[in-house]
Ligand binder design. Sequence first.
Ligand SMILES: Cc1cc2nc3c(=O)[nH]c(=O)nc-3n(C[C@H](O)[C@H](O)[C@H](O)COP(=O)(O)O)c2cc1C
Length: 191
Amino acid sequence: MSSNTLLNALHSRRSVLANNMCEPGPNDEELHDILKAAHRVPDHGKIGPWRFFVFRGDKRAEFGAILKLRFAQKENSASAKLLEFEAQRFMRAPIVIGVSSNPNLQHKVPVWEQELSAGAACQNILLAAQALGFKAQWVTEWYAFDEDINKVLELNENERMAGFIYIGSTKEEPSERVRPDLNERIIHWGE
Ligand SMILES: Cc1cc2nc3c(=O)[nH]c(=O)nc-3n(C[C@H](O)[C@H](O)[C@H](O)COP(=O)(O)O)c2cc1C
């Protein structure tokens, strides 16, 4: 890939909403390539402070059943329609990758740096999916912050979800999106 191709991809990156996704998703080899890219992020101290949870095939519905149960517990007046949405949540895309931040608190590298590294892993998943011609969206939604769901995922004590990345195809290309002003965010220090 020439550097221009990479730059164009970076400049044109857009998320596709999980709700607008369809088959096909990555095959085993493509999934491996995506995870390899995620694993290649800057990682001070070679800690690897992240884990990847892959949901595919029937496991998406199995996890959806857990989400539905938990949602019903939390929101006891939830309508049948909302509960059904929870059951189908992970079926919106062919593959969902949950990325956790799993820092080593004993390490001299600050936890903040380790957390940033997990965020970079999420971003690399988006970019690798795009490079393979897929669409992706990084979301947290409610279940990334739910203690009971963390238990289902068997997260370690200091581990938390950085996000869930939905990956698939779409029938509807996204339009451009208004972006915050870049110039307002650039400081040429001292100039
Ligand atoms: C950490 C993180 C969590 C996010 N969680 C959600 C979410 O729960 N729901 C949502 O609609 N968008 C969420 N987003 C935003 C989308 O991933 C996406 O960036 C947004 O829809 C804008 O599209 P764009 O990536 O093309 O700019 C999240 C983004 C980040 C970085």
